[in-house]
Write a protein that binds this ligand. Structure first.
Ligand code: ZN
Length: 84
């Protein structure tokens, strides 16, 4: 389940099954030449990295859903499914 998808924001971020949060096709990686249509994704492993990453998006003027960071931080399984 993605936290944010491209239809309502500029970022598409979701918990990857491999145990990290992926900012897919991250606009911060957009090729300045415009040659690359699909920017590379970014793998996020810690909350500090997550906060810094969303901050970079905000500074770049990318739109994202209200409360996105809080929503992600509230998810106990954001870095993978917890063991039962
Ligand atoms: Zn990103």
């Amino acid at each position: 389940m993605a936290y944010s998808r491209f239809y309502n924001s500029h970022i598409y971020i979701y918990p990857h099954v491999a145990g990290y949060i992926e900012c897919a096709g991250c606009w911060l990686n957009k090729d300045k030449s415009g040659m690359s249509i699909f920017p590379k994704g970014v793998e996020i492993y810690t909350d500090d990295q997550l906060i810094a990453h969303l901050d970079q998006h905000a500074k770049a003027g990318h739109s994202m859903p209200e409360g996105l960071l809080d929503e992600i931080l509230r998810d106990p399984e954001r870095y993978g499914i917890l063991e039962q």
